[in-house]
Ligand binder design. Structure first.
Ligand code: SAH
Length: 243
């Protein structure tokens, strides 16, 4: 039997948000590759080998998956959320570019990305045009993050922020909040959505004027509305039309 690699999104956490296609791929796999906390979401069974690895080893992990597929294994690389959103699908194609020999069968299976699960939990803050920005400066300079923030604010896009804050980067998010405050003003709604769809879920809605860096951590996705975003009851939404 010939091997394959599937890059699958496990969704934000809840079992019900794993797609049937992803479940079917996991059922057929011989090997699961991925960042340790994501691999921990896969139930062990006979005939399935789990290969948890550190987060900083994306390319190595992708090469390992290609190697195993070339030798006939059925490999699923797992990501949280969607595998194409700041995750392993791009790393696999980077590894494929440097790959000698016939490429194995590859498929990417989408998942529910954090910002969409967070938006649904809060209401509909991404109901008009929006963008998504990864705030980690591991893979790009902070100057580029700042440029994109300012241009997104100027374009009046709602914004979703991934990887807002970590112990390794304690100050970056404070800078991000002060740039947003300068560009969008103190009354703009901001949502801190932590551990969405898990038992630890916490959704906090406030304004840029009240927001504090400590409201976010690595399990939080942050959503900032556009100039028309408003609340109705406990919900935050962005209207469908703009004048
Ligand atoms: N591929 C993933 C994103 C990986 S980057 C996806 O599509 O969702 C990791 C970041 O995603 C975290 O720092 C956090 O900002 C966000 N994230 C992932 N799962 C989350 C969840 N359940 N709740 C809130 N944010 C989450």
């Amino acid at each position: 039997m010939s091997g394959w690699v599937i890059v699958a999104g496990l969704g934000p956490g809840a079992e019900g948000m794993v797609t049937p296609d992803v479940t079917a791929a996991l059922d057929e796999a011989t090997d699961i590759v991925g960042y340790t906390p994501y691999v921990a979401r896969i139930a062990p069974r006979p005939g399935l080998t789990l290969h948890p690895t550190d987060n900083r080893e994306e390319l190595q992990r992708a090469r390992h998956a290609l190697d195993m597929a070339a030798s006939g294994r059925r490999v699923v690389i797992v990501s949280s959320g969607d595998p194409g959103v700041f995750a392993m699908a791009s790393a696999l194609f980077e590894a494929l570019e440097a790959w000698d020999g016939p490429p194995p069968d590859i498929r990417i299976l989408p998942g529910i990305t954090a910002m969409l699960a967070a938006a649904a939990a809060a209401g509909a803050p991404l109901g008009h045009d929006f963008c998504a920005i990864n705030l980690s400066d591991n893979l790009k300079p902070f100057a580029l993050i700042e440029k994109r923030l300012r241009l997104a604010a100027e374009a009046d896009l709602a914004m979703a922020f991934y990887n807002p804050r970590s112990n390794a980067r304690p100050d970056g998010f404070a800078r991000v909040l002060s740039i947003l405050l300068e560009c969008c003003g103190p009354d703009r709604p901001i949502i801190f959505a932590r551990a969405v769809s898990t038992p630890d879920q916490r959704i906090v809605t406030t304004t840029l004027g009240q927001a504090e860096p400590k409201m976010a951590d690595m399990r939080t996705v942050v959503i900032v509305g556009n100039s028309a975003t408003r609340t109705v009851g406990r919900w935050v939404y962005t209207p469908r039309g703009m004048a």
